[in-house]
Design a binder for this molecule. Structure first.
Ligand code: ZN
Length: 278
């Protein structure tokens, strides 16, 4: 599933291509009915002012005061080449070729809709999004304070997007391994010093992944049709049974909050339960 590095890669490729062009036609094709694909036709006639990103959302501000909001979901791909199947949205653009943008999504978790700029009532995840990892306001102290407020396990909290935006299953596993914190550790039992290291490790991993255009396991492609090269750099994610790069212990796979989760049982000790502490 595309996470921050993949969406940022797509954003960087879209921005120089789309900015300044006018959307001539915005058409939903085979899109599931309902709120995931709403008011697209309103984009027609508006000029694209830029391409921004918030968490895993792409935000395209338009000259008429609207905003095109796009989420790639699990399998979404944006491309100037028409797909043979699973086409959800087609935009026809002013200017020289390539002048079509196609949104393809096999598994239908993606979305593409037009809202008034900044009005995210129809998009609760976007409305409640925590700080961007690269925002200078997202400090060690802010992150530690957010973790201290939650007794739930750290991994689902990070996946919720509420304490920091953009991390998903792959990069959360990588960041927790990097700092030796087990994904089931209650967030309020992550020390301030660990929280600081986790924040800095997350940022470093995201930056490296962006430099490699993200991680491709199956569907994700950049706008130029390339695969992300970061899969080869992962330490634990998808490395079940292989030796930990730090201590050699076989990496284990478990399920945390219904998500496949990868840990080194030695580098990331399991949190002790109350009973075990007696
Ligand atoms: Zn290890």
């Amino acid at each position: 599933m595309p996470e921050l590095p993949e969406v940022e890669t797509v954003r960087r490729e879209l921005e120089p291509w789309l900015t300044g062009r006018t959307i001539r036609i915005a058409r939903r094709v085979e899109a599931p009915p309902g709120p995931k694909y709403r008011d697209l036709e309103r984009a027609a006639g508006q000029r694209i002012l830029g391409v921004a990103r918030r968490g895993k959302f792409l935000l395209v501000p338009l000259s008429g005061g609207d905003e095109l909001v796009l989420h790639l979901g699990m399998t979404g791909i944006l491309s100037p080449d028409p797909p043979t199947q699973h086409l959800r949205v087609e935009l026809a653009l002013s200017g020289p070729a390539p002048d079509r943008l196609y949104f393809r999504d096999a598994r239908r978790f993606g979305r593409c809709l037009v809202v008034r700029a900044g009005r995210y009532a129809a998009l609760p995840t976007l409305a409640a999004l925590g700080p961007e990892p690269f925002d200078p306001a997202f400090t060690d102290e802010v992150f530690a304070a957010s973790l201290a407020r939650s007794r739930g396990p750290i991994k689902p909290l990070l996946l919720s997007q509420r304490v920091v935006a953009g991390l998903g299953n792959i990069y959360v596993d990588e960041a927790l391994f990097e700092v030796g914190v087990h994904p089931l550790r209650p967030a309020n039992r992550v020390t301030p010093s660990e929280a600081g290291r986790l924040r800095r490790a997350s940022i470093a991993i995201l930056e490296r992944a962006i430099a490699h255009r993200g991680t491709t396991f199956s569907d994700y492609r950049t706008v130029n049709g390339e695969v992300g090269a970061y899969a080869a750099r992962l330490s634990v994610y998808a490395h079940e049974g292989e030796p930990c790069p730090r201590c050699g212990t076989p990496i284990e796979k478990l399920v945390v909050g219904q998500r496949g989760t990868h840990v080194c049982p030695r580098c990331q000790p399991k949190p002790r339960t109350r009973r075990a502490r007696k």
